[in-house]
Design a binder for this molecule. Sequence first.
Ligand code: 5GP
Ligand code: ZN
Length: 112
Amino acid sequence: MSDCLFCKIVNGEIPSKKLYEDDQCLAFYDIDPQAPVHFLVIPKEHLASVSSVNEKNDAVVGHIFSVIAKLTNKLQLGSYRVVSNIGGQAGQSVFHLHFHVLAGRDMTWPPG
Ligand code: 5GP
Ligand code: ZN
């Protein structure tokens, strides 16, 4: 999608600090980290949020979770949180599906 910030990160129009990339997804560090480790994992295909996932495109979500497991193991993050905000009330500000991975500090529950 031409006016989507994360599509621009996928195609290199906007630079990012990349952690991992393959044909289906990209992992890069958040520009405004909320924890000592904070990166995002996104599908390369534009999907607006979890609400756009269906039987035809859900393979990428499983793939993203296996990438999250691989990266967090490699970074030796014993404890971490995976978050996806859906819609404005939940705090979504970029409408391209993404999973936050946060680690390195104590976290509270429930989240604010
Ligand atoms: P959301 O609020 O939609 O759940 O998460 C969007 C995230 O994208 C935020 O944590 C925000 O800091 C991050 N973000 C926004 N613009 C950029 C950018 O240009 N580069 C990077 N690396 N992260 C960004
Ligand atoms: Zn997009």
